[in-house]
Design a protein. Structure first.
Length: 365
C-alpha cells in the first residue's frame, strides 16, 4: 500500500488507520480535513496491486455527494435574492408548471417532497446524457403526490431540476457556475463535466454486489445503476448533476470548509452568515420512503448531522453519496471534512471506514 499526501504530527494515528484500509485489494481512497483554509490532513493512496497512480489530482465519482456541492452553489443565488425557496419553480422555469406541477416550490424539491422523485417513463442509462431530453421529460411528467405530503428521496431527478433553475437564472451550466461565480479564484478540483479528460479512477463494487435490484420504476433503478456506464468516457463527459460530480477528498473538504467558516467567522466565501444561519434549519425530519430512514433535511437541501457520518457536533451539515463518499462542514470547529473511495460500499448509508476515520479525527482534535 502507498499512502501519500500530508498529515500534521498529531494526526499520525489517522494516517496509520488509513494505511490499513489500503491493504484491501483494489482499493484507492482519500481523506482530507481543512480548517480555516489550512490543510490539516490530506492523505490518499492505493493498494499495491493497482498499477495506475493515485495522486493529488485523482478524481472519483462521488455520486450524491454531488448534491451537496450544487446545493452549496444554490446558496449564493439565495444570498443574492435571485432565488426564493418558497417560490413555485414555474416562476423561474415556466414549463415546469405543466402537468399539475404549478404548486411545487424550490423548497419542495430541496427537501425531497415534490412528488417528482423518479422518472415515470422507462429510461436507458444513455438517456441521462441528453440534458434537453430529460428536461422535457420532467416538464411533461405529473408528480406522484401533492407537494409536501410525502418524503421520497429524489435520487436522479433532483440535480436536473435544481441545476436547470440555476442555468435559467444565470445562463451558466452547473460546472461553469461553480467555477466562474462561486469558487472563482479559489480553485477547486471538483467537476460536473469534461471529466473524460481528467485523471479519474474507475469505481468497483466491494465484495458484496451493491447493484440496486428493484422491479418497479423507482428513484434508484430507472435507469439502473450500472458501474460500466458510470466508468465510461461518455458519462464523465456529460452533466448528470445528481450522481456525476467527480472530485478529490481535498476539493470536497475545501468546499465545506468555506461554508463552515462562512457560518463561524462570517467570511462570506460563498454566503453571508446571516443567510446561512436560516438555510441550515431543519425543514423535514420524517421517514423517507425511498431511503427507509429519517433524514434531517435543511431548507437548502443539505443534511444536518444525524450520526458520526458528519462528525461529533450537532451543528454539522453536509451530504453523502452512494458507495460511501461524504463531505461535511463543522461550523463549531470551523472545518470541512471528506472521505472518498473507489470501492462501492454495500450500504446505502455511510462507509464504516470513513466513519472510523472521522471518529479518530475528533479524538485527536
Amino acid at each position: 500500500m502507498d499512502v501519500q499526501g500530508s498529515c500534521t504530527d498529531n494526526f499520525f494515528p489517522i494516517k496509520d488507520l488509513f494505511k490499513k484500509y489500503l491493504e484491501e485489494v483494489d482499493e484507492g481512497a482519500g481523506f482530507s480535513v481543512v480548517k480555516n483554509n489550512k490543510i490539516l490532513i490530506n492523505i490518499f493512496g492505493k493498494s499495491k496491486n493497482l498499477k495506475e497512480d493515485w495522486d493529488n489530482n485523482t478524481l472519483v465519482n462521488t455520486f450524491s455527494l454531488s448534491k451537496g456541492i450544487y446545493c452549496g452553489c444554490l446558496l449564493k443565488l439565495i444570498d443574492q435574492n435571485e432565488i426564493n425557496l418558497d417560490k413555485e419553480i414555474s416562476f423561474y422555469w415556466k414549463n415546469f408548471g405543466k402537468s399539475n406541477k404549478k404548486n411545487i416550490t424550490v423548497k419542495h424539491v430541496l427537501s425531497h417532497q415534490s412528488g417528482v422523485h423518479r422518472f415515470k417513463t422507462k429510461l436507458k442509462s444513455e438517456d441521462l446524457l441528453d440534458w434537453e431530453k430529460i428536461i422535457t421529460l420532467i416538464e411533461s411528467q405529473e408528480p406522484d403526490h401533492e407537494p409536501g405530503k410525502f418524503n421520497f428521496y429524489h435520487a436522479k431527478t433532483h440535480g436536473y431540476i435544481i441545476c436547470n433553475i440555476i442555468k435559467l437564472i444565470t445562463g451558466l451550466d452547473i460546472e461553469d457556475y461553480l467555477h466562474k461565480e462561486v469558487i472563482r479564484d479559489k480553485k477547486l478540483n471538483f467537476h460536473f463535466k469534461n471529466n473524460d479528460s481528467r485523471n479519474c479512477y474507475d469505481l468497483i463494487y466491494s465484495k458484496q454486489n451493491t447493484q440496486i435490484q428493484e422491479d418497479n420504476l423507482t428513484a434508484f433503478n430507472n435507469p439502473p445503476h450500472d458501474l460500466h456506464f458510470f466508468n465510461s468516457s461518455k458519462f464523465r463527459k456529460a452533466i448528470i448533476p445528481s450522481l456525476g460530480g467527480h472530485g478529490s477528498s481535498l476539493s470536497v473538504a475545501k468546499f465545506f470548509d468555506f461554508l463552515a467558516n462562512d457560518l463561524k467567522y462570517d467570511t462570506n466565501n460563498i454566503i453571508k452568515k446571516e443567510t446561512l444561519d436560516k438555510l441550515i434549519q431543519i425543514t423535514n425530519n420524517e421517514i423517507d420512503n425511498n431511503l427507509k430512514m429519517k433524514v434531517k433535511w435543511t431548507n437548502c437541501g443539505l443534511i444536518l448531522r444525524g450520526g458520526w457520518m458528519f462528525g461529533k457536533n450537532k451543528e454539522s451539515f453536509g451530504h453523502n453519496g452512494w458507495g460511501g463518499s461524504l463531505g461535511f462542514a463543522d461550523p463549531k470547529e470551523g472545518m470541512g471534512v471528506s472521505f472518498i473511495s473507489r470501492k462501492i460500499n454495500p450500504s446505502m448509508g455511510s462507509d464504516p471506514r470513513g466513519v472510523n476515520l472521522i471518529k479518530k479525527l475528533y479524538e485527536l482534535l
